[in-house]
Design a protein around this ligand. Structure first.
Ligand SMILES: CC(C)(COP(=O)(O)OP(=O)(O)OC[C@H]1O[C@@H](n2cnc3c(N)ncnc32)[C@H](O)[C@@H]1OP(=O)(O)O)[C@@H](O)C(=O)NCCC(=O)NCCS
Length: 377
C-alpha cells in the first residue's frame, strides 16, 4: 500500500468512520440523531427510547421499551468492590470524572461478557456511580436504587433521595437526549479505536471517560455558569464582557469548531430552560443569563467580526443543570450519563463491521544516527 504522507493535525477533515447514529452539519446548524432532527426527538423522547434508537436503529415498540426499562433498572446495583473504590476516591477528594473513570473500569467485576449485555450494564451504571460518588463526597451514604423509576428519574432520585417532579425529569431527559451522540467527537472516536482491537466495551467506555474529562471536550458548562455568576448584575454585564474580550479571553459557552451558526442543541435546551426557572424561584439568574447571552453574541461579532461565534450547547447545558439543582462539579459527569448511550452504540456499530484502526504517522526525527558508547556520551 502507498504511504499517505499528508499530515492533518487533529485529523481535521479526515473521515475515519461510517455511522448511522448521528450526523452533524455545522454550516446548516443541523444535528440528526438516528435520523431525527434533534429538535424533533430530544424534547419528546424518553431517554430509554433514544438508547434503543441508537442501539437498534429504530424507536422501540411499547413492549420493547418496557423490557429495556426493566433491564436497565435490574442493573443498578453497584458491585461492592466498586463502591469501596468510590469510597477511597471520596476520601482522597478526587474530581468526579476521575472517580467515575476508576469505577467504570472496575465494572469488569459485573460484566456479562457479551457486547450488548455490557452496553446495558454501562448505560445503567454510569448515573448510579455518579450519584453515589456525589453523595459520598458530601459525607452521605448512596441511596438504594428504586427499580420502579425511569432512567432519568432514577438519576435525580439517587442524587437527592427524593422522587423528582415530572417537569424536572422531562428537562433532564431533553438534555440527556441532546447530548446522547454527536458524530465522531474525541471520546467517541477513542471508544471506537479501543473496541476495534476486539477489546471489550468496559475498556472502551473507560477510555472514553478519560477523553471526555479533558477541558477541551467536556469541561465548558461549569465555567460558562461561573461567568454569569461573576458578572452578577445586568449593569456589570457589558463592561465585564468587554474587559474579558479586551484581555483576549474566550467567553465560555460561545463558539464551536463545527457549528458556525447557532448550535441546534442550544436551541432545544433554550426552550427547556424557561419553565424550569419559572418554577424554582431563580428567575433572576435566568434573566441575567439571557441578557449575558444576547450581549455576548453582539460583542463577539464586534470584536471578532465574521467568525460566526454563536451560543453553543454548553451555555444552555449549564442553565438546565443548574436549574435542576446540580452542582457544577456534576456537569461533566452528567454529560457522561448521556454520552454513554452514544459510546456504547458506536462500539456495537464498530464491532458489526470491524477493521482495526491503524493510521500512519509521518516520521520527523533524525535518520542517520550512529551508536555512541555510554562512556563517550
Ligand atoms: C469551542 C472552541 C474551542 C472552537 O474553537 P475553534 O473552532 O478552534 O475556533 P478558533 O480558535 O479558530 O476561533 C476563531 C476566532 O474566534 C475567537 N474565538 C473563538 N471562540 C471564542 C470565544 N468563546 N470567545 C472569544 N473569542 C473566541 C478566537 O480567538 C479566534 O480569533 P482570531 O481569529 O482573532 O484568532 C472555541 O470557540 C472556544 O474556546 N469557545 C469557548 C469554550 C467553549 O464554550 N467550549 C465548548 C464548545 S461546545
Amino acid at each position: 500500500m502507498r504511504m499517505e504522507t499528508t499530515f492533518r493535525a487533529g485529523l481535521e477533515g479526515v473521515v475515519a468512520a461510517q455511522t448511522r447514529l448521528s450526523s452533524v452539519d455545522g454550516d446548516r446548524g443541523e444535528l440528526l440523531i438516528g435520523g431525527f432532527p434533534v429538535g424533533e426527538l430530544a424534547p419528546r423522547a424518553r431517554f430509554e427510547e433514544v438508547v434503543h434508537l441508537l442501539w437498534h436503529g429504530d424507536l422501540p415498540a411499547e413492549a420493547e421499551l418496557r423490557e429495556l426499562r426493566r433491564q436497565l433498572a435490574g442493573l443498578r446495583r453497584v458491585p461492592p468492590a466498586t463502591l469501596d473504590l468510590l469510597r477511597a476516591a471520596a476520601a482522597g477528594r478526587l474530581p468526579a470524572m476521575e472517580a467515575l473513570r476508576m469505577a467504570v473500569g472496575s465494572l469488569s467485576l459485573a460484566t456479562s461478557g457479551d457486547a450488548q449485555g455490557d452496553a446495558a450494564l454501562l448505560v445503567a451504571q454510569v448515573p448510579v456511580l455518579v450519584a453515589a460518588y456525589a453523595r459520598l463526597l458530601q459525607g452521605q451514604e448512596p441511596v438504594e436504587p428504586d427499580p420502579g423509576l425511569s432512567h432519568a428519574a432514577s438519576y435525580l432520585y439517587l442524587l437527592t433521595g427524593r422522587v423528582p417532579s415530572p417537569e424536572a425529569v422531562r428537562a433532564l431527559e431533553t438534555y440527556l437526549n441532546t447530548a446522547a451522540d454527536h458524530g465522531l467527537n474525541a471520546s467517541t472516536f477513542s471508544a471506537r479505536v479501543i473496541v476495534s482491537t476486539e477489546s471489550d466495551l468496559v475498556s472502551a467506555v473507560t477510555g472514553a471517560i478519560g477523553a471526555l474529562k479533558g477541558p477541551l471536550h467536556g469541561g465548558a458548562p461549569g465555567p460558562a455558569l461561573d461567568m454569569v455568576f461573576e458578572i452578577g448584575s445586568r449593569e456589570r454585564a457589558e463592561p465585564e464582557l468587554r474587559a474579558r474580550l479586551e484581555r483576549g479571553e474566550r467567553l465560555m459557552g460561545f463558539g464551536h469548531r463545527i457549528y458556525k451558526v447557532r448550535d441546534p442543541r442550544a436551541e432545544v435546551l433554550a426552550r427547556t430552560v424557561a419553565p424550569l426557572y419559572g418554577a424554582n424561584g431563580q428567575g433572576e439568574v435566568y434573566e441575567l443569563a439571557l441578557h449575558v447571552e444576547r450581549l455576548a453574541v453582539r460583542l463577539l461579532e464586534e470584536y471578532k467580526p465574521g467568525r460566526g461565534l454563536q451560543t453553543n450547547v454548553e451555555f444552555y447545558t449549564a442553565l438546565v443543570l443548574h436549574g435542576l439543582d446540580l452542582s457544577p462539579a456534576l456537569f461533566t459527569p452528567t454529560f457522561a450519563v448521556a454520552r454513554v448511550a452514544g459510546w456504547t452504540a458506536h462500539c456495537l456499530e464498530q464491532l458489526r463491521s470491524n477493521r482495526i484502526f491503524r493510521p500512519q504517522s509521518v516520521y520527523t526525527g533524525a535518520t542517520d544516527r550512529r551508536w555512541v558508547p555510554l562512556e563517550e556520551r
